[in-house]
Design a protein around this ligand. Structure first.
Ligand code: 26V
Length: 824
């Protein structure tokens, strides 16, 4: 029964019927007509029309799961970076062509209408986009699953540039409504916060704890349908919105405190107001802790409500029915929350409650960066969640005196390290340690990262529980990241691979045999060229810069962070510019360097790097001496929908993090899948990408993880590289002049300072020479059109490992132990 049915064959909705449905919704849900409607109304009507298919499937899926009493995974994440849903949903229900035809018969431009949709940007970057790819794969694989997150009123900020500097504006994605969500008032939850704990004794003399909360917050669920490819299963993403609890407010209200009650409303509604942009400053932010607790508590209650509907008060099957995946440490407060419910509400003893918790939670680590490992001060925890702090202390003392003492008898140094509580001037709760102690599995997100989680981050925990630590290499959905974002390449693949390649990606390997076929190479590279023509138009529109689509398009897209080393890319660009100034005939193919990146608003140096790239771009792009051989473009407001336009047009993919710092990367996978050649370090998933694509089809450079460790152990001194490399010295000194900021020398000096005086923490100077050589190799390869085409084709052909369906299957086999449920 695993026979694949092309989604196109499945819904026998004709183009004419779809047309009628869209027009009907223009009238009945948009209150307008074909003559008056603007593009927004057309977008909403189209969404409403396809929702007729989708919503029915949601109900059917839920009935099936309830009827079969399925085990399900609950994916808890503070972030879901969904992007736009119209094309994705059409792709997955197989109605893309018909919708496009229907709209064009109605004299509408389908692409313009799709552009009306705001991105659902409820995430920062990799971690949030991974969650989005995962829920797509879960539905496609027909697995019973639900995503839980926050219904932020404002997603990740909108970025503009003013004189080359980043300016943030609020993102109001929902300002004019969102057709993809359903409010579920029947599943509202009430969540306590603040207050104090009373210790009491019941009739049998047993100690009981009663939490008297200081405030109650209401959680309102909004469900976004998640359509699997083929649309058999439509799961939901359930996002919680905070409101003031009516129940709690009435007292104040009745006492004549109408205005006070409005203040309470504002405070309660603040919880789901805005997504935190990731920077170090979230630590100690009370609102962030409340966000985490609010959505965990709503989700745990929701899970228990659903379980009880099937099993009443019989808790014996809970661990068989429920698995909760914690996306980083952000939702880890769910562990003490479930303990609290089981003990204080259900009345279980500690051991039974703890067994249940340990059977339910699994934790994914997404970063080794010390500054990103979450810690909360004990004082803050006690103020917001007094009962949870007690439970955490109890978990900790049982762990330290039990398992830890057995494994490391009398070793106080190890105990201090493994303790959930960090002692010191200010006591802290270490969320990573709590996650490891409370979960039955802990995974990293690429082979090398998972190895480092074991060897460097949690070595003693790994000694205690060797079976707990595992790897699941990340992946991306080929539905969004190839089929719908690159329709021309997909059509070409359709000619040579079975139609089910979007679910059986291995089938794309069929084009391996054509990698050296001149005709196929031409067709493949013509498509790449056409995608570059399209991107050139976008660049012109957004920046007014003219770029030549025959030039090599070199793309670096990811959050701006020192460890990702956009500054290394920049100093290499400056070196090329200098070579061209010194020798106008310097031998290199025309290149366009394209960046997309948001900096966290409080990350000073990241913003200086953006400014420096923009200033260098201004100078380079307007210097006639270099005859357009070099262009630099920084596209503003990088986001999922912009990525979908950039990735299909990339020739080169920049993946140049300091080895050991990038846990996995997922943009690297999307770019390679679309035929970009990776210039990368041996870091994160780059290593596995090189293995799959073949060493000849990527360009690797730089220090390895061991090399980095060795250099640091020897004592790294960036000045050695500065003084011994004439070109590097000249480029760095350039930052102090006014060459790029006329009349304002020193405006770019912060970048230089970070690379010299401040110690070049991410070893840019150590890797510069090797990076420059790698880029020379790219120049040579690109000149040989046949070789280049072959490399690009083989990258597309060999990326099946990085399908998020494979990642999900790994989670299913090694962690979740789930069975698919066929929805007929
Ligand atoms: C930290 C913080 C702290 C302050 C408040 C908001 C916030 C949000 C996120 C984070 C940590 C982000 C960790 C992360 O995004 N890791 C990335 O995960 C990707 C998916 O596994 C992986 O591909 C990237 O290499 C990794 O950097």
């Amino acid at each position: 029964d695993n026979v694949f049915v092309d989604p196109k064959e499945k819904f026998n909705v004709t183009t004419a019927e779809l047309k009628d449905m869209i027009v009907k919704h223009l009238h009945v849900t948009q209150g307008t007509d074909e003559n008056k409607a603007n593009e927004k109304a057309w977008f909403n009507a189209t969404a409403a029309a396809i929702n007729e298919v989708i919503f029915e499937r949601v109900t059917k899926t839920q009935k099936t799961h309830f009827g079969q009493d399925t085990r399900a995974v609950h994916y808890l994440s503070l972030e879901f970076l969904m992007g736009r849903l119209l094309k994705n949903n059409l792709c997955n229900i197989g109605l893309m062509e018909k919708a496009s035809e229907a709209l064009s018969e109605l004299n509408q431009d389908f692409n313009a209408i799709a552009e009306e949709e705001p991105d659902l940007a409820l995430g920062n970057g990799g971690l949030g986009r991974l969650a989005a790819c995962f829920i797509d794969s879960l539905a496609t694989l027909q697995l019973p699953a639900i995503g839980y997150g926050i219904h932020y009123e404002h997603g990740l900020f909108h970025q503009t540039f003013q004189n080359g500097r980043q300016v943030e504006r609020p993102d109001s994605w929902r300002e004019y409504g969102n057709p993809w969500e359903i409010c579920r008032p029947e599943s509202v939850q009430e969540i306590p916060v603040y207050g104090y704990v009373e210790t009491k004794y019941d009739d049998e003399g047993k100690m009981v704890k009663e939490w008297h909360p200081g405030r109650i917050i209401k959680g309102v669920p909004w469900d976004v349908p998640i359509v699997g490819y083929g649309a058999n299963t439509v799961n939901v993403l359930r996002l919680w919105e905070s409101r003031a609890s009516d129940f709690f407010n009435w007292d104040v209200f009745n006492a004549g405190g109408y205005l006070d009650s409005q203040v309470e409303n504002v405070q309660a509604e603040t919880i789901s107001k805005v997504l935190y942009p990731n920077d170090e400053t979230a630590q100690g932010k009370e609102l962030r802790l409340i966000q985490q607790y609010f959505f965990c508590a709503c989700s745990i209650k929701d899970i228990i409500r659903r379980y009880k509907r099937a099993h009443g008060n019989d808790w014996s099957k809970f661990v068989d029915q429920v698995v909760v995946q914690l996306n980083d440490t952000h939702p880890v407060v769910a562990i003490p929350e479930l303990m609290r419910i089981l003990m204080d509400r259900v009345g279980m003893e500690w051991d039974q409650a703890w067994d249940i918790c340990q059977g339910v939670f699994a934790y994914t680590n997404h970063t080794l960066l010390p500054e990103a490992l979450e810690k909360w001060s004990v004082a803050l925890f006690e103020k917001v969640l007094p009962r949870h702090l007690e439970i955490i202390y109890e978990i900790n003392s049982r762990f330290l005196n039990g398992i830890c003492e057995q494994a490391f008898p009398g070793d106080d140094a190890v105990k201090a390290k493994l303790s959930i509580i960090e002692e010191g001037r200010q006591k802290m709760v270490r969320m990573g340690n709590l996650a490891v102690i409370g979960s039955f599995k802990v995974n990293g997100v690429a082979q090398i990262h998972s190895a480092l989680v074991k060897s460097d981050l949690f070595p003693e925990f790994n000694q205690i529980w060797q079976d707990k630590f595992t790897n699941v290499t990340n992946g991306v959905t080929p539905r969004r990241w190839l089929k719908s974002c690159n329709p021309s390449l997909s059509a070409l693949i359709d000619e040579y691979a079975d139609v089910d390649w979007p679910v059986n990606q291995d089938k794309i390997r069929a084009i391996e045999d054509l990698a050296e076929d001149a005709k196929f190479q031409k067709r493949y590279m013509d498509i790449k060229h056409q995608n570059k023509v399209e991107l050139a138009k976008v660049i012109k529109e957004l920046t007014d810069i003219d770029v030549d689509p025959t030039a090599l398009f070199d793309i670096q897209i990811k959050r701006l962070h020192e460890y990702k080393r956009q500054q290394l890319n920049l100093i290499h660009i400056m070196a090329l510019y200098r070579r061209l100034l010194q020798n106008p005939d310097y031998d290199m193919p025309k290149r366009v360097f394209i960046f997309g990146a948001k900096a966290a608003p409080g990350y000073y140096l990241a913003k200086e790097i953006i400014y420096a790239i923009n200033k260098v771009a201004d100078r380079v792009n307007n210097d006639s001496r270099i005859k357009d051989k070099l262009k630099v473009v920084f596209l503003p407001n990088y986001r999922v929908s912009l990525a979908e336009k950039m990735i299909p047009a990339a020739d080169v993919s920049e993946q140049i993090s300091t080895a050991g710092k990038e846990a996995s990367g997922t943009g690297n996978m999307k770019l390679a899948l679309n035929g970009a050649v990776t210039v990368g370090t041996l870091d994160g998933a780059n290593i596995e990408i090189a293995e799959e694509a073949g060493e000849d089809n990527v360009v690797i450079f730089g220090l390895t993880v061991d090399g980095v460790k060795q250099l640091r152990a020897e004592g790294y001194n960036p000045w050695d590289y500065y003084y011994s490399n004439e070109e590097l010295k000249a480029v760095l000194d350039w930052f102090d002049t006014d060459y790029f900021t006329p009349g304002k020398p020193g405006e770019l000096s912060e970048v230089k300072r970070s690379l010299l005086d401040n110690g070049d923490h991410y070893l840019c100077l150590a890797d510069f020479a090797s990076y420059s050589d790698a880029q020379k190799k790219i120049d040579q390869l690109y000149k040989d059109k046949k070789t280049w085409a072959k490399m690009a084709i083989l990258n597309t052909a060999r990326m099946a490992k990085f399908n998020s369906d494979r990642s999900i299957q790994d989670y299913v086999d090694n962690i979740w132990k789930l069975e698919p449920a066929k929805v007929s």
